[in-house]
Structures are given as structure tokens and as C-alpha cells.
Design a protein around this ligand. Structure first.
Ligand code: ZN
Ligand code: ZN
Length: 298
């Protein structure tokens, strides 16, 4: 996997899951866009339920709008609906009824979309259900509205199950903002890109050239195939997460904050990703640095 902290380019902050009053959100597209601009974002995907809200006309040199949609399809074994978020879709989409979840992913791909599996914890999906799916870009590791609504915002355990099974996918922190309560500006991705255009941002996201955050900044990640070094804004915990019981959590017994950590691999790890957690419990997540047999993170 390429290292976003090593490739050339600038960092751009964005949220890929947002609703407006074109579906069940509180505010108009204009007001939502204004809010994200004021809060220091560089790009935003509007992903209303079942329809593409046309917002690309609001794109400016310094603020990019990505067309998006969220669809609910199929039923899980618990009877809940799978939610799929797609960015970069065509303007007009007739979502077919009565399709299976994999058909939903394939349908969105046909419409040009890149698919993210939305809030698996909130949806009550089982690991088996998630493991059977293909052709998506990643899962929502953090969903602000699901956290603030019912306490089920964090899906990192699903992400690890997929990675441990060799399924390469990226972890996305998103707001899923509806603005019925304070769910906005809480989860985002920082994308390394050679420019703020739709093509460049999407290309970087597809390659995994980003990290996710609900607060901390990651300033550097270096990896020589054996030793991982991470530097961040002040945090209380840095987790080096690997398959099963490998990996390490670094923290200070006196509760002091720190901003760098190192970890040496033993050699049997199937994958490694890093989490930096600050004193408020806010977290930053790197994408996996490698997956079994693919140690190309340099
Ligand atoms: Zn949803
Ligand atoms: Zn949503």
C-alpha cells in the first residue's frame, strides 16, 4: 500500500457522508455546504437517501463537492437493511427495488460510484454477512451520527475481521450528518492529493492515500518493513493493531500525553494499522500499512 505520509501532494479535509433536506436532513444543501466551508473542510459528498442531490454547481476552486448517494438494500439476518454509500455516482439513478446487497454494490459501481459500507455496527450486521461482500472500497470505521444517536458509531472490530481474512479495504471516518442534533464536523478523512479536483481526490481515496480522524492529527508514519514510527498531535494512547493477539498498545502509566511511538514487527503479522487516541477519546486511524504478502508501504 502506498504511504500517504511519503507521497507528494497536499492534505485535504473532507466528509463523505452527509444528508440534506432533500432526504431526511435538517438543512438545505446550501446551508450544509456553507457549514462545512466555515468549519475548514476542503471537500464534501452529499449522500441523500435514494437520490443524488445535484450540488456540483457549488464547487469552487477551494471547495469541492462530490456527487453521492446512500441506498438501503436487502435484509440482513437480523432483518435490518444494509446501507451503502457511494461517491462519484451519475446524476440520475433509479435504484432498483428488491435487490440483494451485492447486487446493490454492483449497481452503484456500474453508475460510476465507489462504494463504502455504511455503519455496520448500527446496522447490526454479522461478520459473516460483511465477509461475503466484494467490490467495495471500505467500511465506515467511525460514524458520528450513529455514535451520538445510539452509541454505535465505532465499527473497527469489523474492519479488523475483514483485514485478518485478507480483505483489503479502507477505513472511513464520517459524520453521516443530519443536523437534527450536533452530529456535524466530528468525523473526517485527510486525503493526500496533488490537487483539489474530483478526479485527483477520488484517485487518492481509491488508493487509500488518506487517514481518518475524529480529532487527532497524524503527522508522520514511516515503515521500513520491520519498524513502524508514528508522530501525531498530543495523544494518550497509540495502538498498533494487527491480526489476532499480535500488536501493541502504547500508553503512559501516569496518564501523560505523548506524540510519538514505535513498534517493531515480529514478522508473522498479516496486517498492521495504527490508531492514535487523545484525552477526549477522539481517534485517528491510518489505513492498513500492509496486507499479507503485500509489503509495499514505503
Ligand atoms: Zn445509513
Ligand atoms: Zn446516512
Amino acid at each position: 500500500m502506498p504511504n500517504p505520509f511519503r507521497v507528494e501532494g497536499d492534505w485535504y479535509k473532507g466528509n463523505l457522508h452527509t444528508h440534506t433536506n432533500n432526504s431526511d436532513g435538517e438543512f438545505s444543501p446550501e446551508k450544509v455546504i456553507e457549514g462545512y466551508k466555515k468549519n475548514g473542510y476542503d471537500f464534501l459528498a452529499i449522500t441523500d437517501h435514494g437520490k443524488v442531490t445535484e450540488v456540483e454547481e457549488y464547487s469552487e476552486e477551494k471547495f469541492l463537492l462530490l456527487p453521492g448517494i446512500e441506498i438501503g438494500v436487502d435484509k440482513s439476518s437480523l432483518g435490518t437493511t444494509y446501507h451503502l454509500v457511494a461517491i462519484n455516482v451519475e446524476k440520475k439513478i433509479e435504484v432498483p427495488r428488491e435487490i440483494r446487497v451485492q447486487e446493490g454494490i454492483d449497481f452503484l459501481k456500474e453508475k460510476g460510484g465507489e462504494v463504502i459500507l455504511a455503519h455496520p455496527y448500527w446496522s447490526g450486521l454479522t461478520m459473516e454477512e460483511l465477509l461475503s461482500l466484494e467490490r467495495y472500497l471500505g467500511i465506515e470505521v467511525y460514524n458520528s451520527t450513529c455514535l451520538r444517536g445510539i452509541g454505535k458509531g465505532l465499527s473497527s472490530i469489523y474492519w479488523d475481521a475483514l483485514l485478518a481474512k485478507g480483505k483489503l479495504n479502507w477505513g472511513f471516518a464520517v459524520d453521516d450528518a443530519h443536523f437534527h442534533y450536533a452530529d456535524g464536523y466530528k468525523g473526517w478523512i485527510m486525503v493526500k492529493s496533488s490537487g483539489l479536483t474530483k478526479e485527483r481526490i477520488i484517485s487518492s481515496i481509491k488508493k487509500g492515500l488518506f487517514y481518518s480522524s475524529s480529532g487527532p492529527r497524524i503527522k508522520e508514519v514511516s515503515f521500513d518493513g520491520k519498524r513502524v514510527y508514528v508522530r501525531s498531535s498530543p495523544v494518550k494512547v497509540i495502538n498498533f493493531i494487527c491480526d489476532d493477539a499480535k500488536g501493541r498498545s502504547i500508553w503512559n502509566e501516569k496518564g501523560r500525553e505523548f506524540s510519538e511511538a514505535e513498534f517493531e514487527l515480529k514478522g508473522k503479522e498479516k496486517y498492521l494499522r495504527v490508531e492514535c487516541v487523545n484525552k477526549n477519546g477522539e481517534t485517528a486511524w491510518t489505513n492498513p500499512l500492509f496486507l499479507e504478502g503485500r509489503e509495499d508501504f514505503f
